[in-house]
Design a protein around this ligand. Structure first.
Ligand SMILES: C[S@@+](CC[C@H](N)C(=O)[O-])C[C@H]1O[C@@H](n2cnc3c(N)ncnc32)[C@H](O)[C@@H]1O
Length: 223
């Protein structure tokens, strides 16, 4: 998997195909979130969320992780005009499957359009790893595509998702061939859904998950 080739065109491609719809999902809960001290942005790509969350939480330290050097370069450039922004952001060029985040550090985790990059069997250990890096009462935001519940919306979302996976497979050699719903793995890691906003006839969702301090942290094996 390598997003380097796509990095120069990624934002333009998104604007042309989806306008502001995906970005609205990224920031859906931004204003409602409680203050965060340590924010972890995973698979951050060109840094759209980094800029928004960096401005929303001016005192927070942000850790921005991506496996693509070209994407990370773009993310680095996002905050260059904001004073002290750079000093607050730690950029990590790493494959999340190999990177070990510090334990119980982050009070806000952001995985926008990222969990959809993984095959079903990759998700449980990945989510378990991320959950371990989160504080006991952490918030976790997930904006992503989804398969609509039924009828023509389901058919429409299935067709669009099929096209998207074909495209990313060719351009980035993405390991996933289809979308896996991460909800059971998030729940098993002790997170519960606080809010969900569905848009685009249920093709897009924005989730706000939260972990209570007494929740279990077991993640089930893939079926
Ligand atoms: C579809 S893009 C989403 C980018 C951004 N989060 C957004 O909201 O548009 C997925 C990003 O995840 C990164 N990525 C995919 N698999 C990864 C992995 N195993 N480790 C680290 N980064 C990964 C890619 O390099 C890419 O920048």
């Amino acid at each position: 998997m390598n997003f380097n080739r796509l990095a120069p065109f990624y934002q333009t491609l998104e604007s042309v195909c989806a306008g502001k719809k995906m970005h609205r999902c990224r920031v859906a809960f931004l204003e409602a979130l409680p203050a965060a001290e340590h924010v972890l942005l995973l698979g951050e790509g060109p840094g759209r969320s980094l800029l928004e969350y960096g401005q929303r939480f001016p005192a927070a330290r942000l850790t921005c992780v991506d496996g693509s050097a070209a994407m990370l370069d773009r993310a680095r450039r996002q905050g260059r005009h904001l004073s002290a922004f750079r000093a607050r952001v730690h950029f990590v060029h790493a494959d999340l499957e190999n990177w070990l985040p510090p334990e119980s550090r982050y009070d806000l985790v952001v995985t926008h359009f990222f969990l959809d990059c993984f095959r079903r069997e990759q998700l449980p250990p990945l989510i378990r790893k991320i959950a371990r890096a989160a504080r006991p009462a952490a918030n976790w935001l997930v904006a992503d595509f989804q398969l609509a519940a039924s009828g023509w919306k389901r058919l429409r979302s299935r067709l669009i998702l099929w096209g998207l996976y074909q495209f990313f497979r060719v351009t980035t050699r993405l390991p996933a061939r289809s979308l896996t719903n991460p909800d059971p793995f998030l729940q098993a890691a002790g997170f519960h859904l606080v809010h969900r906003k569905e848009t685009e006839w249920q093709l897009l969702r924005s989730d706000w998950w939260q972990r209570s301090s007494h929740s279990p942290v077991d993640v089930p094996s893939p079926r």
